[in-house]
Ligand binder design. Structure first.
Ligand SMILES: [Zn+2]
Length: 89
């Protein structure tokens, strides 16, 4: 366990045992509850969002992945544990 890791053993929603899984979209390790589908991410909680104004309307995107598959949201996402906020170019 590094300085940043938190061990997640049980679901805070239903109390079931948590399993480790691989997110098929970005290959990140996630912790999931197979009983209630809750997803527990282990990341630094840094998030980037884009607010795009187009003729007075806000552009949203429809989620194509779990959690909240099919929900409308702003464009953005969490920084993953193995990513850096440091500019690469
Ligand atoms: Zn659960």
């Amino acid at each position: 366990m590094d300085n940043f890791s938190v061990e997640i053993n049980y679901c805070s929603r239903c109390g079931s045992k948590i399993d480790e899984d691989i997110n098929q979209n970005d290959r990140a390790v996630v912790h999931i509850c197979k009983n209630c589908d809750a997803v527990y991410y282990e990341n630094p909680k840094i998030i980037v969002l884009s607010l795009i104004d187009f003729n007075g309307k806000v552009l949203l995107c429809k989620r194509a992945i779990k959690p909240r598959l099919g929900y409308w949201t702003l464009l953005g996402g969490y920084m993953e544990k193995n990513e850096t906020a440091r500019r690469s170019c």
